[in-house]
Design a protein around this ligand. Structure first.
Ligand code: FES
Length: 129
């Protein structure tokens, strides 16, 4: 079976790379999993069979969000209790605050995330015309 499955509701940017992150079955339902993708530390969550990825560093003071407690789509930071929606990266009560959120695709049992193209990468140079 080969299909694209959007787990998150993060916005897709015009210039992104699709990067392999993990096997889908390595992400447990209802808990966080830390995954290093390139130079990014991401926290993956699976809710209702769909996977979501946000930065693993809480914007408050850098707490490891993959170690937080997940309730529905809301993860609570283990350090000071700030709450984040894993679907959007937005703070659960203060939507103007957000943690970086990355669209996730599942293909043949593997998870990929969209990450912004770095400004000095060959992909960025070719897309700039
Ligand atoms: S580091 Fe996450 S709430 Fe303080």
């Amino acid at each position: 079976m080969n299909f694209w499955d959007w787990g998150g509701t993060c916005k897709t940017l015009a210039t992104t790379n699709l990067v392999h992150a993990a096997a889908e079955d390595s992400i447990q339902e209802g808990a966080g999993t830390a995954v290093k993708v390139g130079n990014r530390n991401l926290a993956f969550f699976k809710v209702g069979g769909l996977c979501y990825a946000i930065s693993n560093e809480c914007p408050h003071m850098g707490g490891p969000l993959a170690n937080g407690t997940l309730s529905g789509h809301i993860v609570t930071c283990p350090w000071h209790g700030w709450t984040w929606d894993v679907r959007t990266g937005k703070h659960a009560r203060i939507p103007s605050k957000a943690v970086a959120c990355f669209p996730v695709r599942a293909v043949d049992g593997q998870l990929y995330v969209e990450v912004p193209v770095e400004p000095d990468s060959p992909a960025a140079a070719s897309s700039s015309g």
